[in-house]
Design a protein around this ligand. Structure first.
Ligand SMILES: Cc1ncc(COP(=O)(O)O)c(C=O)c1O
Length: 362
């Protein structure tokens, strides 16, 4: 594909579109905490270096034990991964050659991973008219004959959080049809008043939950995520995981992150305030935005269909947005923006105002 497959690493987007990369970039294409990592990680960093010479614990036992306690589940219901991305590939390997359902547009790695392992993929669309919410009936109709369904909640790229009862209705139907349901909660931490399906694993052994440490704690370069599922499934998935894929520093950092409840709550509140402020300002400029409950939102221009010209205009301003060329059903007609700091968000607003002026004078 011509454009990069994911956000972040903005230099690749500049290169793909033949722009020289400026020194001063604000990267709205990446969805990690714009306020940075918790101070405790910086403070402990020198101590982590002692961990490098020995092999990491292949089972991340200490981290799993602390996580199990926090989530009120058992240690044998957790698998730690080298980012949620590794766990998605392990799931796809487990589901090799099976029929899979994906609710689109959503995180592209589900499809990439399932394609890698020869799965047959069917897609159920989300629509802007329906507020990007789940079409429960259509999803249930399409569950028959599938081994698994991937649902991301809150969804990437819309930021929309699904109605809890709608999601549980699908989990229940999937259970009756013997279909696994993978609910990716990678952006759970950014919701004020979040809800998780982890407690429902007791009732539904077909439920698999995915989480990531990398976004809220701004440690995307370290790679750390986890998966919760019934013990039998965890044991089968563990067998597919490369033995030492989670490094020792990542495990230590994960332990610190689990103590950062206040940091998480404060970040979620700050993001909410900035998101609401941005939504008001962006809407006033005649753009349509998704009703996000997390740290990014989808933007459409009422006046233009394909948004590559806006993507290019913003690059000239040193701003990278996430293109949507490789999101099913979006085809470049939207851009996704992270909610960043007030100063950075203001820079985006200024650029969008300039874009409006440029459009009206051309
Ligand atoms: C919905 C979703 N799930 C999982 C991941 C992967 O997360 P990690 O950095 O933990 O591999 C991403 C990364 O962007 C994501 O957007």
């Amino acid at each position: 594909m011509r454009l990069p497959e994911h956000g972040s690493n903005p230099q690749h987007l500049f290169k793909a579109l033949n722009f020289s990369t400026p020194n001063d970039i604000v990267d709205f294409s990446v969805n990690v905490n714009p306020f940075g990592m918790p101070k405790s990680i910086e403070q402990q960093w020198a101590n982590f270096l002692g961990k490098i010479s020995d092999y990491p614990d292949p089972h991340s036992t200490v981290l799993k034990t602390k996580l199990a306690k926090r989530e009120a589940i058992n240690v044998d219901e957790i698998l730690i991964g080298n980012g949620a991305a590794e766990l998605i590939f392990i799931l796809a390997q487990y589901l090799r050659k099976e029929n899979i359902l994906i609710v689109d547009p959503t995180f592209s790695e589900y499809r990439t991973a399932c394609n890698t392992y020869g799965c047959q993929i069917e897609s159920v669309p989300l629509t802007e008219e329906n507020g990007w919410q789940l079409d429960v009936e259509q999803i249930i109709e399409n569950l028959t004959g599938k081994a698994a369904v991937f649902i991301c909640n809150p969804n990437n790229p819309t930021g929309v959080r699904y109605d809890r009862n709608a999601l549980l209705t699908i989990v229940d139907a999937a259970h009756k049809l013997n279909v696994l349901i993978i609910v990716d909660e990678a952006f759970y931490d950014f919701c004020v008043d979040p809800y998780t399906l982890v407690p429902h694993m007791k009732t539904y052994p077909n439920l698999i939950i995915l989480r990531s440490f990398t976004k809220m704690f701004a440690i995307a370069g370290i790679r750390l995520g986890w998966l919760a599922a019934n013990p039998q499934l965890i044991s089968e998935l563990s067998a597919l995981k490369p033995h030492w894929s989670v490094n020792a520093i990542a495990e230590k950092i994960g332990l610190l992150c689990l103590d950062e409840e206040v940091f998480v709550q404060q970040t979620a509140q700050q993001i909410k305030m900035e998101r609401q402020r941005m939504m008001t300002q962006v809407t006033a400029l005649d753009f349509i935005v998704s009703n996000s409950k997390t740290n990014y939102y989808l933007l459409r221009d009422k006046k233009k269909r394909n948004l590559e010209p806006l993507l290019r205009f913003l690059l000239e301003e040193g701003i990278t947005a996430r293109h949507t060329e490789n999101f099913i059903n979006l085809s470049g007609n939207y851009l996704r923006f992270a909610v960043r700091t007030a100063r950075e968000n203001n820079r985006l607003i200024t650029a969008l105002k300039r874009w409006r002026q440029a459009c009206s004078s051309s």
